[in-house]
Design a protein around this ligand. Structure first.
Ligand SMILES: Cc1cc2nc3c(=O)[nH]c(=O)nc-3n(C[C@H](O)[C@H](O)[C@H](O)COP(=O)(O)OP(=O)(O)OC[C@H]3O[C@@H](n4cnc5c(N)ncnc54)[C@H](O)[C@@H]3O)c2cc1C
Length: 379
Protein backbone atom coordinates (compact mmCIF):
# COMPACT_ATOMS: atom_id res chain seq x y z
CA UNK A 1 0.00 0.00 0.00
CA UNK A 2 1.26 3.50 -0.78
CA UNK A 3 2.10 5.87 2.07
CA UNK A 4 -0.88 8.07 2.85
CA UNK A 5 -0.77 11.56 4.28
CA UNK A 6 -3.32 11.46 7.10
CA UNK A 7 -4.64 14.36 9.20
CA UNK A 8 -6.38 13.57 12.50
CA UNK A 9 -8.53 16.17 14.31
CA UNK A 10 -8.53 15.22 18.00
CA UNK A 11 -5.90 13.51 20.16
CA UNK A 12 -8.29 11.78 22.58
CA UNK A 13 -9.06 8.10 22.72
CA UNK A 14 -9.99 7.65 19.04
CA UNK A 15 -7.35 10.08 17.77
CA UNK A 16 -4.49 8.33 19.56
CA UNK A 17 -5.69 4.86 18.61
CA UNK A 18 -5.87 5.90 14.94
CA UNK A 19 -2.51 7.71 15.06
CA UNK A 20 -0.81 4.69 16.62
CA UNK A 21 -2.36 2.32 14.08
CA UNK A 22 -1.61 4.47 11.03
CA UNK A 23 1.98 5.08 12.19
CA UNK A 24 2.49 1.31 12.44
CA UNK A 25 1.19 1.02 8.89
CA UNK A 26 3.89 3.47 7.76
CA UNK A 27 1.68 6.44 6.91
CA UNK A 28 2.60 10.11 7.42
CA UNK A 29 0.33 11.24 10.25
CA UNK A 30 -0.43 14.71 11.64
CA UNK A 31 -2.62 15.12 14.75
CA UNK A 32 -4.22 18.42 15.81
CA UNK A 33 -5.65 19.11 19.26
CA UNK A 34 -6.35 22.25 21.32
CA UNK A 35 -4.69 20.68 24.38
CA UNK A 36 -1.36 22.35 25.17
CA UNK A 37 0.47 19.02 25.65
CA UNK A 38 -0.15 15.26 25.48
CA UNK A 39 -0.67 14.76 29.24
CA UNK A 40 -3.94 14.84 31.17
CA UNK A 41 -4.68 18.19 32.80
CA UNK A 42 -7.49 16.91 35.07
CA UNK A 43 -9.09 20.33 34.84
CA UNK A 44 -12.39 19.31 33.25
CA UNK A 45 -11.07 20.07 29.75
CA UNK A 46 -9.29 17.88 27.22
CA UNK A 47 -10.00 14.30 26.27
CA UNK A 48 -12.78 12.45 28.10
CA UNK A 49 -10.64 9.38 27.52
CA UNK A 50 -8.30 10.47 30.34
CA UNK A 51 -11.13 10.78 32.87
CA UNK A 52 -12.77 7.46 32.02
CA UNK A 53 -12.71 4.54 34.42
CA UNK A 54 -11.76 2.19 31.60
CA UNK A 55 -14.30 -0.51 32.36
CA UNK A 56 -14.68 -2.89 29.43
CA UNK A 57 -18.12 -4.14 30.44
CA UNK A 58 -20.22 -5.29 27.51
CA UNK A 59 -22.59 -7.26 29.75
CA UNK A 60 -23.15 -4.58 32.35
CA UNK A 61 -23.65 -1.98 29.61
CA UNK A 62 -26.68 -3.97 28.38
CA UNK A 63 -28.60 -1.96 30.94
CA UNK A 64 -28.39 1.03 28.58
CA UNK A 65 -27.03 -0.29 25.27
CA UNK A 66 -28.75 -2.52 22.73
CA UNK A 67 -27.32 -6.07 22.44
CA UNK A 68 -25.79 -5.55 18.97
CA UNK A 69 -23.86 -2.54 20.24
CA UNK A 70 -22.78 -4.20 23.48
CA UNK A 71 -21.63 -7.25 21.49
CA UNK A 72 -19.09 -5.03 19.73
CA UNK A 73 -17.53 -4.72 23.18
CA UNK A 74 -16.53 -8.39 23.11
CA UNK A 75 -14.66 -7.75 19.89
CA UNK A 76 -13.01 -4.68 21.37
CA UNK A 77 -11.72 -6.56 24.42
CA UNK A 78 -9.79 -8.91 22.10
CA UNK A 79 -8.38 -5.90 20.26
CA UNK A 80 -7.32 -4.18 23.50
CA UNK A 81 -5.54 -7.33 24.62
CA UNK A 82 -3.55 -7.39 21.37
CA UNK A 83 -2.93 -3.63 21.39
CA UNK A 84 -1.68 -3.56 24.99
CA UNK A 85 0.61 -6.47 24.20
CA UNK A 86 2.17 -4.45 21.38
CA UNK A 87 2.45 -1.37 23.57
CA UNK A 88 4.52 -3.54 25.91
CA UNK A 89 2.92 -2.33 29.13
CA UNK A 90 0.50 -4.22 31.38
CA UNK A 91 -2.36 -1.78 31.48
CA UNK A 92 -5.13 -4.30 30.91
CA UNK A 93 -6.83 -7.12 32.86
CA UNK A 94 -9.62 -9.47 31.88
CA UNK A 95 -10.70 -11.31 35.01
CA UNK A 96 -14.38 -10.42 34.98
CA UNK A 97 -16.26 -7.80 36.91
CA UNK A 98 -18.71 -7.96 39.80
CA UNK A 99 -22.20 -6.66 40.37
CA UNK A 100 -23.16 -6.35 44.04
CA UNK A 101 -26.27 -5.20 45.89
CA UNK A 102 -27.07 -4.62 49.53
CA UNK A 103 -29.61 -7.08 51.01
CA UNK A 104 -32.44 -4.55 50.87
CA UNK A 105 -31.78 -3.64 47.22
CA UNK A 106 -32.33 -7.05 45.67
CA UNK A 107 -35.37 -5.82 43.73
CA UNK A 108 -33.37 -3.09 41.99
CA UNK A 109 -30.60 -5.56 41.26
CA UNK A 110 -33.02 -8.07 39.70
CA UNK A 111 -34.40 -5.38 37.39
CA UNK A 112 -30.88 -4.69 36.12
CA UNK A 113 -30.02 -8.39 35.84
CA UNK A 114 -33.10 -8.95 33.66
CA UNK A 115 -31.29 -6.98 30.92
CA UNK A 116 -28.55 -9.63 30.95
CA UNK A 117 -30.77 -12.68 31.18
CA UNK A 118 -31.87 -13.13 27.55
CA UNK A 119 -29.41 -15.73 26.21
CA UNK A 120 -30.97 -16.31 22.78
CA UNK A 121 -31.04 -12.60 21.94
CA UNK A 122 -27.49 -12.06 23.22
CA UNK A 123 -26.06 -14.99 21.29
CA UNK A 124 -27.81 -13.82 18.14
CA UNK A 125 -26.14 -10.44 18.66
CA UNK A 126 -22.69 -12.06 18.89
CA UNK A 127 -22.15 -12.73 22.61
CA UNK A 128 -20.58 -16.10 23.43
CA UNK A 129 -22.75 -18.60 25.35
CA UNK A 130 -20.72 -18.26 28.57
CA UNK A 131 -21.36 -14.51 28.73
CA UNK A 132 -23.93 -14.67 31.51
CA UNK A 133 -24.15 -13.29 35.03
CA UNK A 134 -23.20 -15.97 37.57
CA UNK A 135 -24.67 -15.64 41.07
CA UNK A 136 -22.03 -15.94 43.82
CA UNK A 137 -22.68 -17.04 47.38
CA UNK A 138 -20.82 -15.45 50.30
CA UNK A 139 -17.98 -17.99 50.18
CA UNK A 140 -17.44 -17.58 46.44
CA UNK A 141 -17.47 -13.78 46.76
CA UNK A 142 -14.99 -13.89 49.67
CA UNK A 143 -12.69 -16.14 47.62
CA UNK A 144 -12.69 -13.65 44.73
CA UNK A 145 -12.70 -10.36 46.65
CA UNK A 146 -12.10 -10.84 50.40
CA UNK A 147 -12.36 -7.12 51.24
CA UNK A 148 -15.82 -6.66 49.71
CA UNK A 149 -18.66 -6.80 52.20
CA UNK A 150 -21.73 -4.78 52.97
CA UNK A 151 -21.91 -2.26 55.76
CA UNK A 152 -25.31 -3.68 56.86
CA UNK A 153 -24.83 -7.37 56.19
CA UNK A 154 -23.84 -9.70 53.38
CA UNK A 155 -23.91 -8.52 49.78
CA UNK A 156 -25.71 -10.19 46.91
CA UNK A 157 -23.12 -10.70 44.18
CA UNK A 158 -22.83 -11.78 40.54
CA UNK A 159 -19.73 -12.36 38.43
CA UNK A 160 -19.70 -11.15 34.83
CA UNK A 161 -17.06 -13.42 33.29
CA UNK A 162 -14.84 -12.16 30.49
CA UNK A 163 -15.25 -8.46 31.25
CA UNK A 164 -12.08 -6.40 31.53
CA UNK A 165 -10.63 -3.08 32.53
CA UNK A 166 -7.84 -0.92 31.20
CA UNK A 167 -5.73 1.85 32.71
CA UNK A 168 -6.95 4.74 30.58
CA UNK A 169 -4.31 7.35 31.39
CA UNK A 170 -1.39 4.95 30.96
CA UNK A 171 -2.84 3.54 27.73
CA UNK A 172 -3.43 6.96 26.15
CA UNK A 173 0.11 7.98 27.05
CA UNK A 174 1.53 4.71 25.70
CA UNK A 175 -0.42 5.03 22.42
CA UNK A 176 1.02 8.50 21.91
CA UNK A 177 4.56 7.57 22.92
CA UNK A 178 4.53 4.53 20.62
CA UNK A 179 3.08 6.33 17.60
CA UNK A 180 6.47 6.68 15.95
CA UNK A 181 7.00 9.46 13.45
CA UNK A 182 3.61 11.11 14.09
CA UNK A 183 3.63 14.92 14.10
CA UNK A 184 1.58 16.18 17.04
CA UNK A 185 0.28 19.73 16.70
CA UNK A 186 -0.64 20.68 20.28
CA UNK A 187 -2.56 23.86 21.03
CA UNK A 188 -4.01 23.73 17.49
CA UNK A 189 -7.75 23.24 17.29
CA UNK A 190 -9.20 22.33 13.92
CA UNK A 191 -11.77 24.95 13.06
CA UNK A 192 -13.09 23.19 9.98
CA UNK A 193 -12.49 20.11 7.87
CA UNK A 194 -13.79 18.33 4.81
CA UNK A 195 -12.71 15.27 2.80
CA UNK A 196 -8.95 15.64 2.29
CA UNK A 197 -8.75 19.10 3.89
CA UNK A 198 -8.12 20.52 7.38
CA UNK A 199 -8.25 24.14 8.51
CA UNK A 200 -6.23 24.25 11.75
CA UNK A 201 -5.74 27.16 14.13
CA UNK A 202 -7.77 30.24 14.84
CA UNK A 203 -8.36 32.85 12.21
CA UNK A 204 -5.71 31.33 9.98
CA UNK A 205 -5.73 32.07 6.26
CA UNK A 206 -8.15 30.41 3.88
CA UNK A 207 -5.59 27.88 2.66
CA UNK A 208 -6.33 24.42 4.10
CA UNK A 209 -3.79 21.68 4.73
CA UNK A 210 -4.27 18.83 2.27
CA UNK A 211 -4.33 15.14 3.20
CA UNK A 212 -5.25 11.85 1.53
CA UNK A 213 -7.45 11.03 4.51
CA UNK A 214 -8.88 13.26 7.24
CA UNK A 215 -10.12 11.72 10.52
CA UNK A 216 -12.67 13.75 12.46
CA UNK A 217 -12.55 12.45 16.05
CA UNK A 218 -13.08 15.68 17.98
CA UNK A 219 -15.61 14.30 20.49
CA UNK A 220 -17.65 17.14 21.97
CA UNK A 221 -15.57 19.56 19.85
CA UNK A 222 -17.20 18.31 16.60
CA UNK A 223 -20.07 20.79 16.83
CA UNK A 224 -21.59 22.15 14.65
CA UNK A 225 -20.70 19.38 12.18
CA UNK A 226 -22.56 16.89 14.41
CA UNK A 227 -25.31 17.47 17.00
CA UNK A 228 -23.07 16.10 19.74
CA UNK A 229 -23.55 17.12 23.37
CA UNK A 230 -21.48 16.59 26.50
CA UNK A 231 -22.84 14.46 29.35
CA UNK A 232 -20.98 15.30 32.52
CA UNK A 233 -19.30 12.51 34.48
CA UNK A 234 -17.37 12.79 37.75
CA UNK A 235 -14.89 10.38 39.33
CA UNK A 236 -12.87 10.19 42.56
CA UNK A 237 -9.27 8.93 42.60
CA UNK A 238 -8.21 7.23 45.83
CA UNK A 239 -4.97 5.87 47.22
CA UNK A 240 -5.99 2.84 49.25
CA UNK A 241 -2.95 0.93 50.52
CA UNK A 242 -3.79 -2.52 51.82
CA UNK A 243 -7.31 -2.62 50.36
CA UNK A 244 -7.65 -5.58 48.02
CA UNK A 245 -9.67 -5.37 44.81
CA UNK A 246 -8.80 -7.39 41.69
CA UNK A 247 -11.65 -6.45 39.38
CA UNK A 248 -14.19 -3.66 38.82
CA UNK A 249 -17.25 -3.81 41.03
CA UNK A 250 -20.59 -2.06 40.45
CA UNK A 251 -23.06 -1.39 43.20
CA UNK A 252 -26.65 -1.92 42.04
CA UNK A 253 -28.68 0.59 43.95
CA UNK A 254 -32.19 1.97 43.37
CA UNK A 255 -30.88 5.53 42.94
CA UNK A 256 -27.14 5.46 42.27
CA UNK A 257 -24.93 3.59 39.87
CA UNK A 258 -21.51 3.54 41.48
CA UNK A 259 -18.46 1.51 40.56
CA UNK A 260 -14.97 1.02 41.92
CA UNK A 261 -12.14 0.17 39.53
CA UNK A 262 -8.68 -0.93 40.71
CA UNK A 263 -5.68 0.86 39.22
CA UNK A 264 -1.97 0.10 39.59
CA UNK A 265 -0.11 1.61 42.55
CA UNK A 266 -2.80 0.80 45.18
CA UNK A 267 -5.07 3.38 43.60
CA UNK A 268 -8.78 3.05 42.95
CA UNK A 269 -11.18 5.06 40.89
CA UNK A 270 -14.76 5.57 42.09
CA UNK A 271 -17.30 6.73 39.52
CA UNK A 272 -19.32 8.02 38.01
CA UNK A 273 -22.07 10.56 37.99
CA UNK A 274 -24.07 11.07 34.79
CA UNK A 275 -25.51 14.55 34.54
CA UNK A 276 -27.22 16.31 31.62
CA UNK A 277 -25.04 19.38 31.69
CA UNK A 278 -21.94 20.65 29.89
CA UNK A 279 -20.64 22.15 33.11
CA UNK A 280 -16.87 21.51 33.25
CA UNK A 281 -16.43 22.95 36.75
CA UNK A 282 -15.02 20.90 39.65
CA UNK A 283 -17.12 18.16 41.27
CA UNK A 284 -20.02 19.09 43.52
CA UNK A 285 -20.16 18.13 47.18
CA UNK A 286 -23.31 16.07 46.50
CA UNK A 287 -21.60 13.91 43.86
CA UNK A 288 -18.48 13.47 45.97
CA UNK A 289 -20.50 12.42 49.04
CA UNK A 290 -22.76 10.04 47.10
CA UNK A 291 -19.90 8.35 45.24
CA UNK A 292 -17.67 7.93 48.25
CA UNK A 293 -20.43 6.88 50.66
CA UNK A 294 -21.63 4.21 48.22
CA UNK A 295 -18.08 2.96 47.64
CA UNK A 296 -17.39 2.81 51.37
CA UNK A 297 -20.65 0.89 51.95
CA UNK A 298 -19.28 -2.11 50.00
CA UNK A 299 -15.54 -1.73 50.59
CA UNK A 300 -15.24 -0.60 54.22
CA UNK A 301 -11.44 -0.64 54.02
CA UNK A 302 -11.70 2.59 52.02
CA UNK A 303 -12.33 4.52 55.25
CA UNK A 304 -8.63 5.32 55.53
CA UNK A 305 -8.04 5.84 51.80
CA UNK A 306 -6.61 9.19 50.74
CA UNK A 307 -8.45 11.30 48.17
CA UNK A 308 -5.95 11.97 45.39
CA UNK A 309 -8.15 13.87 42.96
CA UNK A 310 -11.73 14.71 42.04
CA UNK A 311 -12.11 14.74 38.27
CA UNK A 312 -14.88 15.67 35.84
CA UNK A 313 -15.31 15.65 32.07
CA UNK A 314 -17.91 15.39 29.29
CA UNK A 315 -18.87 12.20 27.47
CA UNK A 316 -19.56 12.93 23.77
CA UNK A 317 -23.14 11.78 23.10
CA UNK A 318 -25.41 12.01 20.05
CA UNK A 319 -29.18 12.36 20.39
CA UNK A 320 -29.85 8.62 19.97
CA UNK A 321 -26.95 7.64 22.30
CA UNK A 322 -25.50 5.46 19.55
CA UNK A 323 -22.07 5.82 17.98
CA UNK A 324 -21.77 7.43 14.59
CA UNK A 325 -19.32 5.97 12.06
CA UNK A 326 -19.08 7.69 8.70
CA UNK A 327 -16.65 7.10 5.86
CA UNK A 328 -16.37 8.57 2.40
CA UNK A 329 -13.34 9.05 0.13
CA UNK A 330 -10.90 11.28 2.04
CA UNK A 331 -12.88 11.33 5.32
CA UNK A 332 -13.38 9.09 8.37
CA UNK A 333 -15.60 10.36 11.18
CA UNK A 334 -16.41 8.61 14.48
CA UNK A 335 -18.28 10.20 17.35
CA UNK A 336 -21.01 9.65 19.94
CA UNK A 337 -19.07 7.09 21.98
CA UNK A 338 -20.93 8.35 25.07
CA UNK A 339 -20.31 6.17 28.13
CA UNK A 340 -18.90 3.20 26.17
CA UNK A 341 -15.92 4.80 24.44
CA UNK A 342 -13.21 2.50 25.73
CA UNK A 343 -15.48 -0.48 25.30
CA UNK A 344 -16.31 0.28 21.68
CA UNK A 345 -13.42 2.27 20.19
CA UNK A 346 -11.37 -0.57 18.63
CA UNK A 347 -14.41 -2.29 17.08
CA UNK A 348 -15.69 0.98 15.60
CA UNK A 349 -12.24 1.92 14.28
CA UNK A 350 -12.10 -1.54 12.75
CA UNK A 351 -15.43 -0.97 10.97
CA UNK A 352 -14.28 2.37 9.61
CA UNK A 353 -10.94 0.95 8.39
CA UNK A 354 -12.74 -1.88 6.64
CA UNK A 355 -15.13 0.54 4.94
CA UNK A 356 -12.10 2.42 3.60
CA UNK A 357 -10.43 -0.86 2.53
CA UNK A 358 -7.51 -0.20 4.91
CA UNK A 359 -5.76 -2.89 7.04
CA UNK A 360 -7.38 -3.37 10.45
CA UNK A 361 -6.23 -3.20 14.08
CA UNK A 362 -4.47 -6.13 15.72
CA UNK A 363 -6.69 -8.52 17.64
CA UNK A 364 -9.46 -10.29 15.85
CA UNK A 365 -9.68 -11.10 12.18
CA UNK A 366 -12.16 -8.86 10.40
CA UNK A 367 -15.72 -9.63 11.42
CA UNK A 368 -18.96 -8.85 9.71
CA UNK A 369 -20.72 -5.74 11.02
CA UNK A 370 -22.83 -6.50 14.06
CA UNK A 371 -23.27 -2.86 14.91
CA UNK A 372 -26.64 -1.45 13.96
CA UNK A 373 -26.32 0.64 10.82
CA UNK A 374 -24.61 3.88 11.82
CA UNK A 375 -27.14 6.63 12.17
CA UNK A 376 -26.95 9.71 9.98
CA UNK A 377 -26.55 12.87 12.01
CA UNK A 378 -26.78 16.41 10.89
CA UNK A 379 -26.48 19.38 13.16
C1 LIG B 1 -16.37 10.10 33.97
C2 LIG B 1 -16.29 9.23 32.75
C3 LIG B 1 -16.18 7.85 32.90
C4 LIG B 1 -16.13 7.03 31.77
N1 LIG B 1 -15.96 5.68 31.95
C5 LIG B 1 -15.91 4.87 30.87
C6 LIG B 1 -15.70 3.47 31.05
O1 LIG B 1 -15.53 2.98 32.17
N2 LIG B 1 -15.70 2.67 29.94
C7 LIG B 1 -15.88 3.19 28.68
O2 LIG B 1 -15.90 2.41 27.73
N3 LIG B 1 -16.02 4.52 28.48
C8 LIG B 1 -16.04 5.36 29.54
N4 LIG B 1 -16.19 6.73 29.36
C9 LIG B 1 -16.44 7.24 27.99
C10 LIG B 1 -15.18 7.51 27.19
O3 LIG B 1 -14.23 8.20 27.93
C11 LIG B 1 -15.56 8.33 25.95
O4 LIG B 1 -16.61 7.70 25.26
C12 LIG B 1 -14.36 8.46 25.01
O5 LIG B 1 -13.29 9.13 25.64
C13 LIG B 1 -14.73 9.20 23.73
O6 LIG B 1 -13.58 9.20 22.89
P1 LIG B 1 -13.33 10.32 21.79
O7 LIG B 1 -11.99 10.08 21.22
O8 LIG B 1 -14.53 10.40 20.91
O9 LIG B 1 -13.36 11.69 22.64
P2 LIG B 1 -12.28 12.27 23.64
O10 LIG B 1 -11.55 11.20 24.34
O11 LIG B 1 -13.00 13.29 24.47
O12 LIG B 1 -11.26 13.04 22.67
C14 LIG B 1 -11.65 14.13 21.87
C15 LIG B 1 -10.41 14.98 21.58
O13 LIG B 1 -10.76 15.95 20.60
C16 LIG B 1 -10.11 17.17 20.95
N5 LIG B 1 -10.79 18.29 20.30
C17 LIG B 1 -11.90 18.96 20.68
N6 LIG B 1 -12.18 19.95 19.80
C18 LIG B 1 -11.22 19.91 18.84
C19 LIG B 1 -10.96 20.66 17.67
N7 LIG B 1 -11.76 21.69 17.30
N8 LIG B 1 -9.88 20.35 16.91
C20 LIG B 1 -9.07 19.30 17.26
N9 LIG B 1 -9.29 18.55 18.37
C21 LIG B 1 -10.34 18.84 19.14
C22 LIG B 1 -10.19 17.19 22.47
O14 LIG B 1 -9.24 18.09 23.04
C23 LIG B 1 -9.90 15.73 22.81
O15 LIG B 1 -8.51 15.52 22.97
C24 LIG B 1 -16.21 7.58 30.46
C25 LIG B 1 -16.27 8.97 30.32
C26 LIG B 1 -16.31 9.79 31.44
C27 LIG B 1 -16.34 11.29 31.27
Amino acid sequence: MRTLRIGIAGAGLLGRLLAWHFSREGHAVHVFDPAPHPHPAHDGHGAAGFTAAGMLSPLAELETAEPALAALGWQSIAHWQAIVQRLGTPHFAQNGSLLVAHGTDLGAARRMLAHLDRPAELQAAGFPAHARAQALDATALAALEPDLHGSNGPLHAWLLPGEGHIDTVATLQALQANAKGVQWHWAQAVRDLSPGMVWPGQGAGPTPLRFDLVCDVRGVGARPTLPVRGVRGEVVWLHAPGVRLQRPVRLLHPRHRVYIVPRPGERMLVGASELETEDRAPMTLRSAVELMAAAHSILPGLAEARILRLDANLRPALPDHRPHVHTEPGLLRINGLYRHGWLLAPALVQQALRALALPGLPGLPDQPDTCPAPSAHTA
